[in-house]
Design a protein around this ligand. Structure first.
Ligand SMILES: Cc1cc2nc3c(=O)[nH]c(=O)nc-3n(C[C@H](O)[C@H](O)[C@H](O)COP(=O)(O)O)c2cc1C
Ligand code: SF4
Length: 662
């Protein structure tokens, strides 16, 4: 029997550790899975154990601080103490039985990137440089005693973790955090042995390496993670893919030199990424980044060193991941978000069940806790992530007949989970196609993961035997005829069309209809509403050759809780493509060839246009929910946009919660 992706399933040696395959889980800091002292909880253990069950050969933990005195983090990221032995021993026992290894990522801290909400007191740095957050705050320069304490703390932490069975350590030298700050002349102005040329600036990292090896022996793997280039145009400004700019941070030449000296110093393996916290969209690549967006960088390192090289960056397309290994661009591919969305990515790939992989949609909505607003650390498309023990899908004690009205994402998630639990599920969709807003959301070239998600849902509910009826509108009569035990209404939302004088003109169209191709635009287009959808449609039109202007009433575009990485990249692309932006500007009237707007200053302008696209939000379709609630003698639930138009995460999570409860 031939193996579909053979290169991913070869063993590899790193130090004295043998990996069973070439698939690693990239480090992700999930603070919500630790207790208030930063100690891993049962949820932390379950979360990693699930990824081991899914087949990853190597798990990397998110960053854990080695100590908390020199820089005191409010966020729960360690520090590693003896209290870590029990949860890690529990975890390593489970994952080792499955042949999976674990490296813990250890960090010296955020340094100059410390923000008031996560660091107590003045941020520290290699040199007295202005803080990332506030130029007026000058960071405290670390003394040589501080550095020595940190080095010792790395040794202590590594020793504790090794005692608990942890297989290796990854030194967090990337993203512009403290160790990275030491390594780069932009931040390190020291004249002692920790500064100067690249080797001098790497002294801190080398002392950490030496200390861990001294304590745990030469065979114990120590990996270094760093950005081969920083992609920094300015302190708070990333560069876009392919953009011509002057690198403020580390450029590729220095990155390759760094790779050489890391190997020379004895590091066992190198994990390559890019970027800093600046702009976020390299260190945290959103949906707009290409799959394999940093593979060119690991390929260059592969040509430079002979120790194992680990690649990262939206590598979740199995063909791409397999060819990365086959073509010598990396020795290991690491997946972060993809293993949140589907922990079983490795086994599905191994068995050739690629279509059954639930895709990550690069939204950062649930995985980055600060954006979800719920402090859960989970995943938009996999609400059980981070709650594996409590949110397992269990068979229903009393299987029931469930009728679902609406085949958008909320309806399909409800159908999927209800069917998995053994309920008999019938799903009706008014239009001829399943998917709801996933259909238009997946149309732009850089949002194909949403289309993949839609395809995944359609396939899963079909495989699960959901009785699907498209082109049929649910009525109270139909509910009576079907006689279900439970009704779930997932009728979604429609474009909100505000009453502006002239908005009924024929050249004024709604976002959804435009994306779907039901209507068209010509010439210069004004997009009214600069939320995420408005900006995405503006970009999409611009890339189709239209001149485009966005008019937004608020003072900033995408002024809703969207991850910085996504927001920053979207806005940078708008500017890069030459989309005209008018914030603090309200539309007063839409004419035949213009839109009359008023700025916050009171200035009135006429912006010329041939077409207008309205993107000012969505209105829920609740009529059916109310009608069925009035007439049906059983439980009725409204899920997704029908209950409250928000986003894909809300729709999936609503569907999941209701279906796992009924
Ligand atoms: C929620 C979240 C937390 C992360 N935390 C860390 C971290 O603690 N340390 C680190 O080196 N990288 C961290 N990363 C970056 C990932 O390791 C990875 O480089 C990035 O997500 C790109 O990989 P992907 O495209 O497979 O998601 C984090 C990413 C996410 C999504
Ligand atoms: S929350 Fe979004 S970006 Fe994060 S893993 Fe899930 S789908 Fe991917």
């Amino acid at each position: 029997m031939s193996k579909p992706f053979p290169h991913l399933f070869q063993p590899l040696q790193i130090g004295n550790v043998r990996l069973k395959n070439r698939i690693a889980m990239a480090p992700m800091g999930f603070g919500a899975l630790s207790d208030d002292n930063g100690v891993p909880t049962q949820r932390y253990v379950d979360y990693f154990a699930e990824r081991a069950k899914g087949g990853a050969g190597l798990l990397l933990t998110g960053m854990l601080k080695v100590e908390d005195q020199i820089e005191h983090l409010r966020a729960r990221r360690g520090p590693v103490t003896r209290e870590f032995i029990k949860p890690f021993a529990d975890l390593t026992e489970q994952i080792h039985a499955l042949g999976t290894k674990i490296f813990v990522q250890l960090s010296a801290g955020l340094g100059y990137q410390g923000r008031p909400h996560n660091v107590v007191g003045t941020p520290v740095a290699p040199s007295p440089i202005p803080s990332f957050v506030d130029d007026k705050v000058i960071c405290r320069e670390l003394s040589t005693d501080d550095i020595a304490s940190l080095v010792t703390a790395f040794g202590n932490a590594a020793e504790i973790l090794a005692k608990a069975g942890v297989d290796g350590i990854e030194v967090h030298g990337h993203a512009g955090f403290l160790i990275d700050q030491f390594s780069c002349s932009l931040w390190n102005k020291r004249t002692d042995r920790y500064g100067g040329d690249l080797r001098g600036r790497m002294t801190f990292a080398f002392e950490i390496f030496d200390e861990i090896k001294r304590r745990l022996g030469p065979g114990y793997p120590v990996q270094y993670r760093y950005g081969l280039r920083h992609y920094m145009k300015a302190v708070r400004q990333s560069a876009l893919p392919g953009e011509d700019y002057i690198e403020l941070g580390r450029d590729i030449d220095e990155g390759l030199e760094l790779s050489r000296i890391l190997e020379e110093h004895g590091f066992d393996s190198l994990a390559i990424d890019a970027g800093t916290a600046t702009g976020h969209y390299w260190a945290h690549p959103p949906i707009y980044q290409q799959h394999g967006c940093m593979l060119d960088l690991s390929a260059m390192v592969k040509e430079t060193v002979s120790i194992p090289v680990i690649a990262v960056g939206r590598l979740d397309i199995p063909e791409l991941a397999n060819s990365a290994i086959a073509d010598g661009k990396a020795d290991v591919i690491s997946l972060a978000k993809a293993l949140l969305a589907d922990p079983y990515w490795p086994t599905k790939v191994q068995r050739g069940k690629v279509e059954d992989i639930r895709p990550c949609i690069g939204c950062h909505q649930a995985c980055s806790e600060q954006f979800s607003g719920r402090y859960l650390n989970s995943c938009t498309v996999n609400p059980a992530c981070g709650r594996e023990r409590t949110h397992t899908i269990l068979p229903a004690l009393q299987p029931q007949k469930v009728l679902i009205a609406g085949g958008g994402v909320a309806g399909m998630e409800t159908a999927r989970v209800a069917a998995l639990r053994g309920h008999s599920v019938v799903l009706y969709e008014k239009s001829t196609e399943l998917g709801g807003h996933l259909i238009e959301a997946g149309i732009p070239e850089d949002k194909k993961d949403v289309e993949r998600l839609n395809d995944w849902y359609k396939r899963q509910i079909k495989l699960l035997g959901v009785d699907i009826h498209t082109g049929t509108e649910v009525t109270t009569g139909l509910v009576e005829q079907e006689n279900p035990d439970v009704v779930i209404v997932a009728t979604g939302s429609v474009d909100l069309l505000p009453r502006i004088p002239g908005s009924d003109r024929s050249h004024v169209v709604a976002t959804t209809a435009l994306f779907k191709g039901d209507v068209s635009v010509r010439g210069r287009v004004i997009v009214v509403g600069g939320g995420e959808n408005g900006c995405e449609i503006a970009l999409w039109l611009r890339r189709r050759g239209h001149e485009v202007a966005v008019v937004e009433r608020q003072s900033r575009l995408v002024n809703i809780p969207v991850a910085n990485a996504n927001r920053n990249m979207l806005l940078d692309m708008l500017v890069d493509e030459g989309v005209e932006i008018h914030t603090d500007t309200t539309v007063q009237e839409i004419g035949c060839q213009h839109v009359r707007v008023i700025r916050a200053s009171g200035e009135v302008l006429e912006l010329a246009c041939n077409s207008v696209v309205m993107s000012v939000g969505m209105r829920s379709e609740r009529g059916l929910y109310e009608a069925i609630s009035d007439s049906f003698g059983g439980p009725v639930y409204g899920v997704g946009d029908c209950a409250d138009p928000t986003n894909i995460m809300k729709a999936v999570w609503d569907g999941f919660e209701v279906a796992r409860t009924i």
